[in-house]
Design a protein around this ligand. Structure first.
Ligand SMILES: NC(=O)c1ccc[n+]([C@@H]2O[C@H](COP(=O)([O-])OP(=O)(O)OC[C@H]3O[C@@H](n4cnc5c(N)ncnc54)[C@H](O)[C@@H]3O)[C@@H](O)[C@H]2O)c1
Length: 366
């Protein structure tokens, strides 16, 4: 893996310290393992095997349909005797080969996550989050005697466009979400996914939690992904000005992937079950315009590429429909219960991201 991802992996191992002992000799099954978040999940487990779990490694089973391309490192990690790679669409019945496995931890991260792509493939998006999740929950139930943790990747999008008094948004906010707009296939599938999770916890007592990621960014988020930070770097690397298709006023917080993945594993390994946690950062909350300016600055410093910022109207009339004006999490629950402690500043996170994009410029527009 790229040296920045390896360095980040080392930091996550340090941050999780003795929590990782819980993986000793266990089996972790992760769906969507070849995606952005999955890259960090896979790397963390394999790094833990080489370091803190040496001698008693954790077995890693990665499932992905590679719909958005197959990461270069997948074939590399598949050579490890501790790794099983399964090419499978999670919305279809799970392969029988899995029944024979004893699985201790499950992370369900398979879903189309980029708004551009989930609007192109709304049914596949709902299927991965509803049918795919249901299949995994039934599988978890069969393995209830060994199962120690199940993590569903929900989204901050479950809150929709929060009313001003609900920002920063706590987990108790129930949302202001369209059930039929262009983003509903994603938002409502995540909401129903969480409903499935809490009810499997209540009825069957399974150790299931949901995480609600708030705008993760960093190495592994492909240039062709169409989320805002890769879009900006894509322009920079093409030596084109950054063009904003809005007035740039909506605000967001941006969470560096290494901090977020440490948070996800804290929830997986230590949360009580039946809970949902916001995972992100609560400051700085910046406008998209300020974000573009920060990318322009870091690109000049790290990549020696100088571009400017311009504004233009989108040709796609639905481009900004239901796009929330503000998005900022209240992360006090994860701080208090799990000692979640994101540390990477935006400037440092963007610097690390720029270094990865410098070395990973392949664009896979699928
Ligand atoms: N990255 C973020 O900021 C963010 C924010 C909110 C929620 N999430 C959630 O976290 C999870 C991971 O997001 P990501 O950013 O890594 O997305 P990603 O698109 O980079 O990766 C998703 C992976 O899932 C795979 N996948 C998609 N549908 C599948 C299917 N039906 N069967 C098997 N594999 C399938 C893709 O091939 C891809 O490798 C997703 O559930 C996403 O909704 C991420």
């Amino acid at each position: 893996m790229h040296f920045i991802i390896e360095e980040d992996g080392e930091g996550i191992v340090r941050e999780l310290s003795s929590d990782l002992d819980k993986l000793r000799g266990r089996t972790v099954l992760a769906t969507g393992f070849s995606g952005f978040v999955g890259t960090y999940i896979s790397n963390l487990v394999l790094r833990a095997n080489r370091t803190v779990l040496k001698g008693e490694p954790c077995r890693f089973v990665g499932i992905d349909n590679f719909a958005r391309g197959r990461a270069d490192w997948v074939d590399e990690i598949a050579k490890s005797p501790a790794v099983t790679v399964i090419d499978h669409d999670i919305s279809q019945r799970l392969p029988h080969a899995l029944d024979a496995l004893r699985v201790d931890y499950i992370l369900h991260a398979a879903s189309i996550a980029s708004p551009t792509y989930y609007r192109l493939h709304p049914i596949e998006t709902m299927d991965a989050n509803v049918q795919g999740l249901r299949g995994l929950l039934d599988f978890a139930l069969k393995h209830r005697d060994t199962l120690r943790g199940f993590l569903f990747f929900s989204s901050s999008e479950v809150y929709g466009d929060p009313t001003p008094e609900n920002i920063p948004t706590p987990e108790t906010y129930t949302g202001n979400v369209s059930f039929s707009g262009p983003r509903a296939c994603y938002d409502e599938a995540k909401r129903f996914g969480e409903t499935l999770c809490v009810n499997f916890h209540r009825v069957h007592g399974l150790p299931i939690n949901s995480v609600r990621p708030f705008n993760n960014y960093g190495p592994g988020l492909k240039l062709g992904d169409r989320r805002v930070i890769p879009d900006f770097f894509r322009d920079v690397l093409a030596k084109k000005d950054i063009v904003l298709l809005s007035d740039g006023k909506p605000t967001r917080t941006f969470s560096y992937i290494a901090d977020a993945v440490a948070g996800y594993f804290k929830v997986l390994l230590s949360a009580p079950g039946g809970e949902a946690f916001n995972i992100g950062v609560d400051k700085p909350e910046i406008s998209i315009r300020e974000l573009a300016e920060a990318v322009i600055k870091v690109s000049a410093e790290v990549l020696d590429i100088r571009v400017e910022l311009r504004f233009q109207q989108s040709d796609d009339s639905a481009y900004l429909s239901d796009n929330p004006l503000r998005r900022c999490p209240d992360i006090s629950k994860a701080r208090r219960l799990l000692n979640f402690n994101p540390r990477t500043t935006l400037a440092e996170g963007l610097r690390r991201t720029a270094l990865w994009y410098r070395d990973n410029q392949k664009i896979d527009d699928r």
